[in-house]
Structures are given as structure tokens and as C-alpha cells.
Ligand binder design. Structure first.
Ligand SMILES: *Cc1c(COP(=O)(O)O)cnc(C)c1O
Length: 489
């Protein structure tokens, strides 16, 4: 089989194989790894529609991981998508009043990050062996709330790996925080940052390019990698469920094309949907749904990306982001793989926190739509959909649902991507549906259960009784120092 190579968004002359891109996480020039071409789906819809999630995963990943053997891919898929998921379909598509909702929260930490982070440690384990990387790998991860726990669970006690997670101390839900702080395992570290997600993400990216630290690391026989969606190993597994959901809709209605609405933050999820479209899946429009932090809406309607604004903390904290890393990969695709254009735009972003790209906007308009929802709209939507349609949305999914209502043009079958269980965000959900609030998100778990008649997921049931095992909090300037301390450099 012909090898598929990966290159850097900032230097398209580079060529690496998938396992090298996955083990490195980010290119040396600061760019993100992207496939040099997008493989095409060559099987018929009928055949694909007969596949289980796992069979589809093996087929799709096989097209991208040409340097992995069939057996290696099967091992990764079968180790990831198993009984850790509380639904055999892995990513069930349910119908809510004529609209399709793709539920991506049936994994171990009840948010969509499990879809990729259940498999990434296995992809990395094989990558480490294939690249004869003998050093231990230190996974550095910034989280806006959900990546952290999913990555901790994925890498916990995996031999040859350590994981350090940074989260904004006051920027995640009480339940998200407790999920992280109660993580067991000898190789897991969780650090709170006095700052927001952008501070955490920017500091982590800086550590990757810190040459001095890299040398000390080498002396200590360690290397860094990333479990954030800057790692292409996070994005590829996300393509699977876009293909899968298209097939479920096709089985229901034999429609030709669909629209998809995605609650968006770092642009990783929706970008995987774009790759699915480029592979030949008939997605007409990908609609990027933002919360009150509507920077992506502004970009997708004006071509100007301007991060000189305040970050608002909202009830959908996993989308409280101003610097969306994966937009860089979209710019690369929209500009026909011209890395000099991307490098220039990213330089501008670094220097002025903004850039404008009218050419990219014109190209984006063919495939993307955009909208945003205010905080009041999010709460109204949760209440409306629960009262009138009997379905409980988490705040992130409610953003997407509201945006769908706003931008809907016709009766094209639409998939609303649901990225978290309402049980992860009990406070806004209970406030929305019953006006009830409480001193503690944990008390609200029981209230929500009584109201929705949906059992409390194992991921959060009794979580307030578990011992807190991590308590480090630092200023963002001290991230480097704490990494040295943890790794005893
Ligand atoms: C991470 C996350 C998002 C945003 O996804 P991106 O890939 O960063 O755009 C949305 N909703 C939830 C619940 C998340 O955890």
C-alpha cells in the first residue's frame, strides 16, 4: 500500500509518517501535522452501513495510518472501543423531534474527548515501539475541562508514559475538577493554573519549544508529547463518528446530503468533520456553533480573527477559548496546502493577536456556516427541549441546538453533535429546567436523576466521596518550574 505522509502546516516540505507525527505531537517549527493529501473512501455506502463502529474505525484509520499494520490498528481499536463505553453502538445517533443527535458522551468520562483519548494511548504505545523510542514519554496537556480527565484515564498506568494536566483553576465545572483531582495512577499529575485556558494552552506550547528544557529532558531520558488536539492522533479517530453518523442517517432516510452542527472551541471536532467531507462523505454544511465567546463566528463571517477581546466564562466552559489551535489546519486546507500563507498568518497572530484572511473566508464559505448562542439562549434551549421534546441537553450541546434553530434554511437532515452528558454540568442544567440551584454540584446530581429519570453515570456517581489526590496550583509563569519539579530534572 502507498504510504500517506504528514507535513507541517508551517513548512510543507517536511515529510513524516503517521507514527512519527503522533509520537511528536507538534512539529519542531511550531506547526501542526497534517496529511499531505486526504484519502478517499472507496467502499460503497451499502457496505459501510453494515459495519459496526469498530469495523468502520479500522477501515477509516487504515486509510490514514498506512505505516501501522492491520493487526496494530485492530489492537488499538479493540482496546479502545470496548465495554468502557456504556452503549454498544459507541456513538449512538438518537432522533429528537426530527433532528438527529449524535451522542459522543458514552465513554469513561462522559464527554466527547473519550472518543479520541480512549485510542490515542494505544496509537502512541505502538508509535513509541515503531520509532524505537526508548525514552519515557511525558504527555503535557492543557485542558478547558474535559480533555484533562479523558487523557488522565487513557494514559493512567500505561508503562513508558507520564501525564501532566494543566487546567484553569477557576474555569471548569465543580464536577470536571473533581473528576481530575481524584485520578489514581502512579504516573498522573494534575496542576491548577491561576489563569484561563488560553494561558494554560499558550504556556504548554511554549514548553514544547523551550530548547533548554528539551536538553535537560534528554539528559534525563525523557521526551515530551501532547494529548491535545494539536496532536493529529487526536483528530483522526474523530473522523470515524462523522462517517458513522452519516451512515445512521442514511439508513434511516436514504438522504443524499446532511448538515452537521458542532459546538466548537479549539476547532478540533469540527475539523474532523471537514476531513470526513473531504474524504467523500456528503456533508453539505458544517456549522460552527459558538457560545458568548463568538470569535469563530466572527472569523467565519468576516475573515478577521481578532483575539484582542476578553474571554467570558460561560456555562459551556469547554468552549471558553479565544485561540483555536486547529483553525491553523483549516487554513492549510483552505489555502491548498500553502504553508507560507499559514506561517505568515500565525506570525501575525503571535505578534498582534489577530489576522485577516479574505481568501480563506471565501473558501470556507463553501463548506462552513456559523452561529452563536448567548447564555440566556442556552438556558432557554435546555428548558425548551426538555419540556417539549423530553430530551436533556448539556450546555455545550444546547449551544449547537440553538444555533441550528437560528441558521436552519430548509429541511436537510441535520446532525447536532452532542459533546457532553448533562451530568457533567448539573448546575446550569438544573437551573435551566427547574430553577433549582444548590451550594454543590454534587447534590444536584441526585436532583437531576430524579427529574430526568436517567441513571447517574458511573463516571460521576459518588465522586464527592472519593479522596482528592492532587492539590498543586501555580501561576502561569511557573508552569516550566513545576514541570521540572514533577519530573525531578
Ligand atoms: C472540548 C469540548 C468542546 C469543543 O471541542 P473542540 O474540538 O475544542 O472544538 C465542546 N464541547 C465539549 C463538552 C468539549 O469537551
Amino acid at each position: 500500500m502507498k504510504q500517506l505522509f504528514y507535513t507541517s502546516t508551517r513548512d510543507n516540505k517536511k515529510r513524516v509518517l503517521a507514527h512519527e507525527a503522533i509520537i511528536k505531537g507538534i512539529a519542531d517549527d511550531g506547526g501542526l501535522y497534517v496529511p499531505t493529501s486526504i484519502p478517499q473512501i472507496e467502499k460503497s455506502i451499502e457496505e459501510l452501513a453494515s459495519f459496526s463502529y469498530q469495523e468502520l474505525a479500522k477501515y477509516i484509520l487504515g486509510l490514514y495510518l498506512t505505516d501501522y499494520t492491520k493487526e496494530e490498528i485492530a489492537d488499538c481499536v479493540d482496546s479502545a472501543y470496548d465495554s468502557k463505553f456504556d452503549d454498544d453502538r459507541i456513538a449512538p445517533v438518537v432522533k429528537v423531534d426530527g433532528t438527529y443527535v449524535l451522542e459522543l458522551f458514552h465513554g469513561k468520562t462522559i464527554a466527547f474527548k473519550d472518543m479520541a483519548l480512549s485510542i490515542l494511548p494505544h496509537l502512541m504505545r505502538h508509535a513509541k515501539r515503531k520509532s524505537e523510542q526508548k525514552s519515557d514519554v511525558v504527555i503535557l496537556t492543557a485542558t478547558s475541562g474535559d480533555t484533562g480527565k479523558a487523557a488522565l484515564e487513557g494514559f493512567k498506568d500505561v508503562p513508558g508514559f507520564k501525564i501532566i494536566v494543566f487546567y484553569p483553576k477557576n474555569g471548569v465545572s465543580e464536577i470536571q475538577e473533581r473528576q481530575m483531582l481524584t485520578t489514581t495512577g502512579d504516573n498522573t499529575y494534575v496542576v491548577g493554573i491561576n489563569g484561563n485556558f488560553d494561558d494554560a494552552q499558550t504556556s504548554v506550547k511554549k514548553i514544547f519549544s523551550d530548547q533548554q528544557l528539551a536538553n535537560r529532558l534528554k539528559e534525563n531520558d525523557l521526551v515530551f508529547s501532547s494529548a491535545n488536539s494539536i496532536n493529529i492522533g487526536r483528530l483522526l479517530p474523530q473522523i470515524i463518528y462523522y462517517v458513522y453518523s452519516y451512515l445512521q442517517v442514511w439508513k434511516d432516510k436514504q438522504v443524499d446530503s446532511i448538515d452537521v452542527v458542532v459546538p466548537t472551541g479549539n476547532f478540533g471536532n469540527i475539523l474532523a468533520g471537514y476531513y470526513a467531507k473531504l474524504m467523500g462523505i456528503n456533508i453539505r454544511r458544517l456549522i460552527s456553533a459558538s457560545n458568548k465567546n463568538q470569535i469563530l463566528y466572527d472569523f467565519l463571517t468576516t475573515g478577521e480573527y481578532d483575539a484582542n477581546r476578553n474571554l467570558h466564562l460561560t456555562t459551556s466552559p469547554s468552549m471558553d477559548i479565544l485561540i483555536s489551535s486547529n483553525l491553523e489546519r483549516l487554513l492549510f486546507e483552505l489555502n491548498n496546502n500553502d504553508s507560507s500563507i499559514v506561517a505568515n498568518l500565525m506570525n501575525e497572530l503571535n505578534e498582534n493577536r489577530k489576522y485577516k484572511s479574505v481568501g480563506s473566508l471565501e473558501a470556507a464559505k463553501e463548506s462552513f456556516g456559523a452561529g452563536y448562542a448567548s447564555e440566556a439562549e442556552v438556558l432557554e434551549t435546555i428548558k425548551d427541549v426538555f419540556d417539549n421534546k423530553g430530551y436533556l441537553l448539556d450546555p455545550h450541546t444546547a449551544v449547537a441546538y440553538k444555533v441550528y434553530e437560528k441558521v436552519k434554511k430548509d429541511d436537510t437532515a441535520t446532525v447536532v453533535v452532542s459533546t457532553a452528558s448533562p451530568y457533567k454540568f448539573t448546575r446550569p442544567v438544573m437551573e435551566a429546567v427547574s430553577g433549582k440551584s444548590s451550594l454543590s454540584d454534587f447534590v444536584l446530581l441526585n436532583n437531576l436523576c430524579e427529574l430526568s429519570k436517567v441513571a447517574i453515570p458511573a463516571a460521576v456517581d459518588g465522586i464527592d466521596q472519593l479522596p482528592v489526590l492532587h492539590d498543586t496550583v501555580v501561576d502561569k509563569e511557573d508552569i516550566g518550574k513545576i514541570v521540572e519539579e514533577i519530573l525531578e530534572l
